[in-house]
Every structure is written in C-alpha cells, then in structure tokens.
Design a protein around this ligand. Structure first.
Ligand code: HEC
Ligand code: HEC
Ligand code: HEC
Ligand code: HEC
Length: 500
C-alpha cells in the first residue's frame, strides 16, 4: 500500500475527509468524557444532606443520616454469624480453643480472657466485658490505663480535643468510661466537611513524623490502608503517662521493633513462671500486610475488607468490615478468575501450613517457661538466667507477632513463616541452654509438660482465681456501666447539630 502522504497528494479530498473524521471523533470523545465526569459527580452528590454536624460528633447515627447506605452496612458489623476456618465474626473464646496461651501469658491480663475479634460495632461492649479491664467498683481502679480506649471509639478524638492528647492517656481506664461510649465509627476515618479519609489518631501521625515522613503526603490509595493502621498495628504504652507509641523508629519488621524495645529495655510484664521480661505483641496487621504480595501490587486494606457495592447504579464502599471470605464474589473475584472453592482453599492452605509452625513454637515455649521455672527452683542465678530469659522473650515476641496479627498467614505467608522459624530457633536455643544449666545443678530428670488440656486447667496451673474475677466483673457490669451510659446520654442530649 502507498504511504498516506502519497495518497493525499493524489486525491486531496481524502485529506479533507480524514480531517473532518478526526474532528468528529475528538468531539465524540469529549462528549463521552464529560458524561463520565457528570455521572461521577452525580454519584458523589446523589444524596441530599439531612443534617450538618461537627467533625467531633461521635454518634454514628447522626453521620448516618446523611449516608444511610454506609451507615446501614456499618451497623451490619453487629452480625456474628460467619465463621471461617480460623477467623470470622463469631464470638470465640481463644483460651478455650488453645489453653497453651494461658501459660504463655502467665502473670499477664491476657491469661484471664482473650477472644476472637468481632465487628467494629462491638468495640465498646467488648472492652467493658473483658476481664482484662478488671472490675473497678466502688473506688477500685482498673489495672489498665485510659490508653486502652484509644482504638475503640470516635469519642476519643473528641475528648483528646477537649483535654489534650497526653492528658487523655493518663490515669486508669475507669476514669473515662462515661466519656467513651460510641463504638468505632465515621469520625474515626472521615472528614465531616467532604467525607474524605482522615487520620484522627495522633500516634500514627507521630510515628510517621519520627521517621521523617509527613502523613499528609500519603496518596489516596495509601490512605485506604492508613485509616486502618490507626488501630491495626503494633504499639506500646510509653512512660508513666502511658503515652500511646508505635515502635516503628527503626523500621516495621519483627526484628526492627524488637531492637527498638531492646534498646529501651522495655517489657510489658514479667512472666509468672519463667520470670522472663516479656513483650506482648498487639496486632501488627498493617506492618505484616505491607510485606506481602498484595501490598506490593498496590492493594489497600479497603480493597478486600471494604469492597465496592453496586445498588441501583450507585457504587459505594461496603462498610461491613469483616473477613473477605464472607463475600468472595465482591473481594477476591474482582481480580482473580478462580472459583470460590479454590480461593477459599488458597487462604486455608496458607493458614493450615503456618499453624503447623505456630503450634510447634507454642509447645516449645510452654516447655521453655516451665523449664526456666525449674531452673530457678534449682538455684540458678540471675546471671545464668539472663540470656536464656532474653531468648524466651524474643522467641515469644515472634510467636505473638504472627499469632496476634490475625490475617498474617494470608496477608504475608512468607514473612510470617520466616518470623515463626526464627522464633523456633531462639526457643530451642533457650531450652538447650536450660538443659546445660540442669546438668550443672545435677538435675537429670525431665520437667513434665503441664496438664493444660482445658482453659480451666491452664488457668489453675498459672494460679488464677477465675470465680472471683468473674463475679467481680459481673458486679461491675451491673452497677457501674449503667451509670456511665446514663451520664453519656445526658451529655449527648446537649450536642448540637442542624437538621437541614
Ligand atoms: C475504619 C474506617 C472507616 C469508618 C469507621 C467509616 N468509613 Fe466510610 N470509608 C472508609 C473508606 C476506606 C472509604 C473508601 C474511600 C475511598 O476509596 O475513596 C470510605 C468511603 C465512604 C464514603 C464515600 C462513598 C463510598 O462509599 O465509597 C462515605 C460517604 C462514607 N465512607 C461514609 C461513612 C459513614 C457514614 C460512616 C459511619 C457510619 C463511615 N463512613 C465509617 C473508611 C471508613
Ligand atoms: C479506631 C480503631 C480501629 C480502626 C480505625 C479500624 N479498626 Fe478494625 N477493629 C478494631 C477493633 C478494636 C476491633 C475488634 C472489635 C471487637 O472485637 O470488639 C476490630 C476488628 C476488625 C476486624 C474483625 C471483624 C470481624 O468481623 O471479624 C476486621 C476485619 C477489621 N477490624 C478490619 C479493619 C479495617 C480493614 C480497617 C480500615 C478500613 C479497620 N479495621 C479500622 C479497631 C479499629
Ligand atoms: C488481598 C486481600 C486482603 C487485603 C488487601 C487485606 N486483607 Fe485482611 N484478610 C484477608 C483474608 C483472606 C483474611 C482471612 C480471613 C479469614 O480467615 O476468615 C484476612 C484477615 C484479616 C483480619 C482478621 C479477620 C477476622 O475475621 O478476624 C484482620 C483484622 C485484617 N485482615 C485486617 C487487614 C488490614 C488492617 C489490612 C490492611 C493493612 C488488610 N487486612 C488487608 C484479606 C485481605
Ligand atoms: C484488587 C485486586 C486483587 C484482589 C481483590 C485480590 N487479589 Fe490476590 N492477587 C492480586 C495480585 C495483583 C496478585 C499478585 C500476582 C501477580 O501479580 O500476578 C495476587 C496474588 C494472589 C495470590 C498468590 C500470592 C501468593 O501468596 O503466592 C493468591 C493466592 C491470591 N492473590 C489470593 C487472593 C484471595 C484469596 C483474595 C481475596 C481474599 C485476593 N487474592 C484478592 C490481586 C488481587
């Protein structure tokens, strides 16, 4: 075929025809683009605002008046009917499932009670009910500080604004019980002005600042994870004022954070049996997720935990945050063509395999704690025990880092298994050195693995009086909590918002 230039020279009308055709195409493309933009704007403004309220409005139902779809799905986090192989929103007593945990946490609140996380709707109810917050009745204090409220409620930014951040954390947990009453909600993640995503918690901003980063530079897609990283992260309570702090200064791997804690000689508690200076990993969901393939490919938490819904031509984010396995067609299958069964299998296979290593590490750790207890009994010295206890601490930190990061086995299986493997190494090292100590003290028997078949047996083994704890809690729930609720109601009646 001849080149176009040649054709146009031979037949000039062809040149004009091409010119007009191009103009028509450009015009049509323009029309299409403007219609797309219009539709988008329609989608954004397809609601009639019902109320105008303050940023600090803590009540989800007030925000919900303007955004009924999101509010309705948010309320659906109260659903507890879905149970996947290991997770889901059903209420599960984790210590009953796995009594080894009671021994691993001997001497610490988690040995009293630890449950599977439920939906955001339950954040307040569950923190009141859990034995870890104690039974502060009649002037008695809770064993926990106010810092514990931080990831539970949109009342938190409100009270922080009133009293200041450092002041908010100070004092014991019962002091702010009447102030923090609305479960996790809209004001935690959104700007009231335009509903854009917003970081409401100072600890995350401060962690960024200490690393020389400005969270305001985060992209929109990054924000779709960072709003979750306000709470689903590792943290500790710093100093006497229990200032909420993320240990990210040296990096976000298990080793980086361990080095951070080591450098300040921090420990959460002293183990009840081994006397090791322990760390409790919280839930480094964000940190581990960031090392996995989905984060590497640019996905955010919201892509799987807040997928889009389509209703009457309106697309909106599903605010029923839950296990993505409960709606695979709107999560995984947006990107993967495999059928549901295969995708379930993908998740369960990774979880099963990691559980093998996790169980192994757990058993070695239980034995290491009781072995260390025996070594003390035999008369081992602080000096002899120091390095051994440090290995136990760091081995259990690695176990907890993976165990407490609920989605870790799927979010980042390779990193999770690397962490568990290094934990097994450290725990074995501790046991080896303990058997050397046994030899030194002429003990050649074996320390029996404790009988911890059930939660009740394990709790008895670590010396907990559960009956007492439970009856005190009951009294607290019957007498103190209703007072908190009453006080909060009276306060909220004076909050102003404008009905439009
Ligand atoms: C845990 C954080 C979080 C909470 C709590 C939350 N949202 Fe959202 N919301 C998001 C995320 C993430 C998006 C998706 C934003 C995006 O992709 O632009 C979103 C999107 C929205 C949008 C934009 C339209 C859409 O659906 O994508 C509205 C409106 C909205 N949320 C309303 C609410 C209301 C009302 C509440 C309280 C009942 C609430 N949100 C609670 C995180 C949250
Ligand atoms: C203000 C703190 C906070 C924020 C922000 C937050 N979460 Fe949560 N999340 C929690 C707490 C606390 C629980 C446990 C509630 C309970 O068990 O009572 C939880 C529970 C969950 C669960 C378990 C729910 C179930 O049904 O099993 C998932 C999944 C989850 N969050 C994901 C997310 C994602 C994704 C984001 C970001 C879009 C996010 N969370 C933002 C604090 C938060
Ligand atoms: C590629 C999809 C995907 C992304 C992205 C993702 N998750 Fe998950 N997440 C999962 C799957 C799958 C599970 C396992 C669910 C199960 O076992 O039922 C899970 C489990 C969880 C759980 C425990 C849920 C439960 O039912 O108890 C939490 C909490 C969680 N993820 C938080 C996050 C946070 C925070 C982020 C972002 C930092 C994130 N996830 C990003 C897929 C994802
Ligand atoms: C928004 C798109 C998206 C969603 C949603 C998504 N994935 Fe993926 N997934 C990816 C991409 C991209 C990769 C990387 C593979 C590649 O680049 O070829 C990947 C990789 C994987 C892999 C292989 C990684 C590995 O561990 O070796 C599995 C398995 C997988 N996804 C399962 C799931 C499951 C299960 C869900 C739902 C819970 C899910 N994905 C949700 C995009 C997605």
């Amino acid at each position: 075929m001849k080149p176009i230039r040649q054709l146009v020279i031979e037949k000039p009308w062809l040149g004009w025809a091409m010119f007009f055709a191009t103009i028509v195409i450009v015009f049509l493309l323009g029309l299409l683009a403007s219609s797309v933009i219009e539709r988008r704007e329609e989608a954004v403004f397809a609601y009639t605002p019902q109320v105008e309220h303050l940023q600090l409005e803590p009540r989800n139902e007030i925000w919900g008046k303007n955004f009924p779809q999101q509010y309705e799905r948010y309320l659906a986090t109260s659903d507890t009917s879905f149970k996947s192989k290991y997770n889901g929103n059903a209420w599960i007593d984790m210590l009953e499932e796995n009594p080894r945990m009671v021994v691993l946490w001997a001497g610490y609140g988690f040995a009293k009670e630890y449950n599977q996380g439920r939906g955001h709707y339950y954040a307040i109810e569950d923190i009141r009910n859990i034995l870890r917050t104690g039974a502060p009745v009649g002037g008695k204090e809770s064993p926990m500080p106010n810092t514990c409220w931080t990831c539970k409620s949109p009342d938190v930014p409100r009270v922080m604004e009133e009293v200041g951040v450092a002041e908010f954390y100070k004092g014991t947990w019962e002091q702010r019980g009447h102030q923090i009453v609305n479960p996790i909600g809209c004001a935690d993640c959104h700007d009231a002005e335009d509903m854009s995503l917003r970081i409401s918690r100072p600890a995350l901003k401060e962690a960024f600042e200490r690393r020389g980063l400005d969270i305001n530079d985060a992209t929109h897609q990054e924000m779709r994870s960072l709003v979750c990283a306000q709470c689903h992260v590792e943290y500790y309570f710093k100093g006497d004022g229990n200032y909420l702090t993320f240990p990210w200064d040296d990096g976000m791997t298990a080793e980086d954070m361990e080095a951070y804690y080591d450098s300040i000689q921090f420990s959460d508690w002293t183990h009840g049996i081994s006397k090791a200076p322990m760390l409790k990993a919280q839930h480094p969901d964000y940190e581990i997720f960031m090392t996995g393939i989905h984060a590497e490919r640019g996905l955010a938490c919201a892509d799987c935990h807040k997928p889009f819904m389509n209703e009457g031509g309106q697309k909106y984010s599903d605010h029923k945050v839950q296990s993505p396995l409960n709606y695979i067609n709107r999560t995984c299958q947006v990107c993967h063509r495999e059928d549901e069964k295969d995708l379930f299998e993908n998740v369960y296979e990774r979880q099963d395999k990691l559980k093998e290593s996790r169980d192994r590490l757990e058993k070695i750790l239980v034995q290491a704690h009781v072995d260390a207890g025996k070594a003390w009994e035999l008369g081992a010295t602080e000096e002899e025990m120091k390095d051994i206890l440090w290995d136990i601490r760091n081995a259990q930190w690695r176990w907890d880092f993976v165990a407490a990061s609920h989605g870790a086995s799927f979010h980042s299986p390779i990193e999770s298994s690397r962490i568990l493997a290094s934990g097994i190494n450290l725990a074995m090292e501790a046991r080896l050195n303990l058997s050397r100590l046994f030899a030194k003290y002429n003990f050649d028997g074996e320390v029996p693995y404790p009988d911890i078949e059930t939660k009740a047996k394990a709790q008895e083994f670590v010396g907990l009086d559960m009956e007492k704890l439970n009856s005190e809690k009951e009294k607290f729930l019957e007498t103190v909590v209703p007072e908190w609720v009453k006080k909060a109601k009276a306060r909220e009646e004076n909050y102003e918002y404008t009905v439009l």
